[in-house]
Design a protein around this ligand. Structure first.
Ligand code: GTP
Length: 318
């Protein structure tokens, strides 16, 4: 039986969880234990700021007490969920926009193309009319990959010849989307040009040219981050925010050997909406981001998975 979403996420988060696991033995929460815990939180990619706050809160509320593994996990999960809650904002196309234009940006290999394919499937299944644009015209493989996703999801793909002008394609796609009454236009973009200046120019041109058709486009700029890069994801947010007005994040590869703790560091540092998370390579492996599930998965609170698993894998018939 295929693993349900929650267990896949939990499995993926296990690398972070393992780093936390070592401190969870029954002991007195004194200064040494707190220091120990703080180190583990930083090693689990939560970042020094969040780790520091969690420790301060523990010091204020539980200092000197005997704590069990379960108590620490529960308290930790609560603290983490509090950081994540405000950014857990699913992406919904604005029905007033025909189409809602989404520019997907991010370093090559983070999962942009795959995520666009997954979003195309998800929103097509919701009855929305979706168009995809192969705007990473520098890599022939990226165009082909998007076309495969187009076939797989029954979504039209607007593509040009290798090296075609991405801005021209985006303009054409927007015109077509408007004419056809499309709901959602998903634009793939290049992630690596020879330097930052060239990438900025490429993205700026796509935006400039689309604005000639619709002053309000793009309506969303979603940055795709690969969780396995850990703290490097924070640097990618900083760089891309210099290039474009990032409106939200999608974090991929939270299955496998993910370093999921970085999502907490991202939420805390940038407060950008985390629209969804990727937990595999298949079309259905994109899920809305749930602060509580994620926090529980991260601290390895097992009992919740049973609930999530049952509701997901054995849907009732009502
Ligand atoms: N395990 C796992 N793999 C993923 C996930 N998302 C994407 N991938 C894989 O990551 C690799 C890179 O994904 P792409 O979608 O090609 O990444 P990209 O950012 O579009 O990169 P370019 O196409 O080079 O621009 C592919 O092998 C994907 O199948 C995920 O959530 N989990």
């Amino acid at each position: 039986m295929a693993l349900g979403f929650f267990s896949r996420l939990k499995q993926g988060l296990s690398r972070s969880t393992q780093k936390l696991g070592a401190v969870f033995t029954k002991r007195k929460l004194d200064e040494a234990a707190l220091e120990d815990l703080e180190e583990h939180l930083i090693a689990a990619d939560l970042g020094p700021a969040v780790a520091g706050r969690v420790i301060d809160s523990f010091r204020a509320t539980r200092f000197g007490a005997e704590v069990t593994d379960d108590e620490i996990r529960a308290a930790l999960s609560e603290e983490i969920a509090r950081v994540l809650q405000p950014v857990a904002i699913p992406f919904e196309p604005d029905p007033a926009l025909k189409p809602h234009v989404v520019l997907m940006v991010g370093v090559n290999g983070t999962g942009k193309t795959t995520t666009i394919g997954k979003m195309a499937r998800y929103f097509s299944e919701q009855g929305k009319k979706v168009l995809m644009v192969a705007g990473d015209t520098f890599r022939a493989a990226a165009v082909e990959q998007l076309q495969v996703w187009g076939e797989r999801t029954g979504t039209p793909v607007i593509a040009g010849k290798p090296g075609a002008d991405a801005a021209g394609l985006a303009f054409e796609a927007l015109r077509r989307g408007r004419a056809e009454g499309a709901d959602l236009l998903l634009i793939d973009t290049a992630g690596r040009l020879h330097n930052k200046g060239a990438l900025m120019e490429e993205l700026a041109k796509i935006i400039r040219v689309m604005k000639k058709f619709d002053e309000t486009a793009p309506h969303s700029v979603i940055l795709v981050l690969d969780a396995t890069t850990g703290q490097n994801a924070l640097e990618q947010v900083r760089v891309f925010r210099e290039l474009v007005n990032v409106t939200g994040l999608i974090v991929t590869k939270l299955d496998g050997s993910a370093r999921g703790g970085v999502v907490v560091a991202l939420a805390d540092a940038f407060k950008l909406p985390v629209h969804a998370v990727g937990v595999g390579e298949k079309a259905e492996d994109l899920r809305p981001f749930s602060a509580e599930d994620f926090a529980r998965g991260l601290v390895g609170k097992a009992e919740v998975s049973t609930v999530a698993e049952v509701s997901e894998e054995a849907p009732t018939e009502d």
